[in-house]
Design a binder for this molecule. Sequence first.
Ligand code: GDP
Length: 195
Amino acid sequence: MKVTKADIVISAVKPEQYPEDQLPEIGLAGRSNVGKSSFINKMIARKNLARTSSRPGKTQTLNFYIINDQLYFVDVPGYGFAKVSKTEREAWGRMIERYIMERPQLKAVVQLVDIRHAPSKDDVMMYDWLKYHEIPVIVVATKCDKIPKGKWEKHLKVVRETLKKKPDDPLILFSSETGHGKDAAWSTILEYTQK
Ligand code: GDP
């Protein structure tokens, strides 16, 4: 898809702040540092609309990006809980849970994992939780430029098996450095927004 317009509309902490139009929404989730901001920026062809390498511990908000007046990307704050307190973790959980459970416009969640490593316990928990709530998940394996092409399939297998990925959920290799997977990611996202 050619993105001609992209803007951040709101950083929301509660449902009253979510946009009121009925456009389809795609959530984006992943551990801090997985490459989520880089993914968003690459997909919308902007250098720095989504802030990269956000510090853990800063205010946790759901960031709504409107794209071509057609759909929203909803950036879910990164997980990877080692450095945050139990209180923060619970607040994060409540915010995400409310969003995911009360939002019919949410068509799918793009869950990012780093292709170089097996998905972590947090990745598996997030995937299981999304599946429990019957949310379609598009798994995006980021940073594929960091491993040789000949090893991609082996690493993808580890991702599939560690997550126990459902066959219906797509798995896309991606690099925000080379743009690999950008077209596949867009066509998959658009397919889900039309469901
Ligand atoms: P976030 O915390 O998930 O938003 O992650 P960022 O987008 O800030 O990326 C974390 C680090 O990984 C940054 O140094 C990025 O430049 C780097 N990075 C992100 N995606 C890629 C990728 O596809 N390839 C490579 N080589 N580096 C990446």
